[in-house]
Design a protein around this ligand. Structure first.
Ligand SMILES: Cc1cc2nc3c(=O)[nH]c(=O)nc-3n(C[C@H](O)[C@H](O)[C@H](O)COP(=O)(O)O)c2cc1C
Length: 330
């Protein structure tokens, strides 16, 4: 059974990629993931704020300005709260590359144009095979319009793409007004792939202490449904690659993502819960599923239920929304 797949122009042994997470902070752990079958790994992100803060600190030491910028950045974590400093991050890319045979994808996280995007070039020089740019943005300023946000994002992507020869994937939020149009624009500025989607960690309310509580909940397979819809809508018109991130926990989830048009699936929560060896059983499960149904490779399956190929395309669209609401009787 041939599970190999192309992703961002890289040939991967199978579609299972370890998503951006702390797994690659440790080379031995990354090795275990590779040995268990991971076809590529994405490192945790290096953040725009983190790079900016370091560059400002350097400037501060050189120029010692009168006014401090600490106030403006005080909502963000201090240096010590980030797990990897920018220098450490570059060294980690080299260490991973020296120890692994699978592609290493380094991750940048930010959405405003600026000097921090040059780090993509340093990632490339350190040996990264690709860059994943996470455009995580939460806009609460009512003075800022959506088109301005997207224009900044596109400029950011364009400047990362310009600075490297390795492929750049963009990890997207599901909250764009017209995701298909935005993805077309991303491809227009040179993105070689899109990862759907970012997960937003929603803070909860503690009603006893009247506090807002940030929390990190691992995903479950219900989160995949949002991804399936958009993979299915995006895949017929994409030139580049598509990766599903969020809610992939079982062999069936991998099959569904492929049917919707994904080239790869990214896994994090399932690995945090079960450890690297779950990869081996997921790969075995995928082979079994394919061979039982007479498929010889994953390309035969890819996109079979996307908007272009599925028997009822309206299932993805407004028509189905209306039908579903009308079908409920009390
Ligand atoms: C502990 C943890 C750390 C993460 N760190 C990052 C990160 O640095 N950059 C990023 O783009 N996504 C990060 N993510 C998000 C994952 O890459 C992934 O998109 C998300 O967990 C959904 O996939 P899952 O359902 O397989 O968990 C992190 C997730 C977890 C649980």
């Amino acid at each position: 059974m041939n599970l190999s797949t192309k992703y961002l122009g890289l040939t991967l042994e199978n579609p299972l990629v370890v998503g951006a997470s702390p797994f690659c902070d440790n080379v031995a752990t990354a090795r275990q993931l590779q040995d268990a079958g991971a076809a590529a790994i994405v490192m945790r992100s290096l953040f725009e704020e983190q790079i900016d803060a370091e560059q400002r600190a350097l400037l501060y030491h050189v120029e010692t300005p009168a006014e401090s910028t600490a106030e403006a950045t005080s909502f963000f974590p201090g240096f010590s709260e980030y797990q990897l400093t920018p220098d450490h991050y570059l060294r980690q890319i080299s260490s991973l590359k020296a120890s692994l045979t699978i592609p290493v994808i380094a991750s940048l996280n930010g959405c405003r144009p600026g000097g921090w995007t040059e780090y993509a070039k340093r990632f490339e020089a350190a040996g990264a095979d690709a860059v994943e740019l996470n455009l995580y943005q939460l806009v609460s300023d009512r003075a800022v319009a959506g088109d301005q946000i997207e224009a900044d994002m596109l400029e950011t992507v364009a400047s990362v793409v310009r600075s490297v020869k390795i492929p750049v994937a963009v990890k997207l939020s599901p909250f764009h007004t017209s995701p298909a149009h935005f993805v077309a624009e991303l491809e227009g500025v040179g993105a070689k792939g899109v990862v759907v989607f970012n997960r937003f960690y929603q803070p909860d309310f503690n009603i006893d202490d009247l506090e807002v509580q940030p929390q990190l909940r691992l995903s479950d397979p219900t989160e995949l449904l949002l991804r399936l819809r958009w993979l299915a809508i995006l895949s017929p018109n994409m030139q580049g690659s598509l990766s599903a991130s969020g809610g992939v926990h079982a062999t069936e989830d991998i099959v569904k993502a492929l049917l919707a048009g994904a080239h790869t699936v990214q896994l994090v929560s399932v690995l945090l819960r079960n450890g690297p060896r779950i990869l081996t059983s997921l790969i075995g499960g995928l082979k079994h599923w394919l061979s039982e149904r007479g498929y010889e490779n994953v390309d035969q399956l890819r996109g079979a239920l996307n908007l272009k190929h599925c028997p009822d395309p309206s299932a993805f669209e407004r028509a189905n929304y209306i039908r579903i609401l009308q079908s409920w009787r009390v």
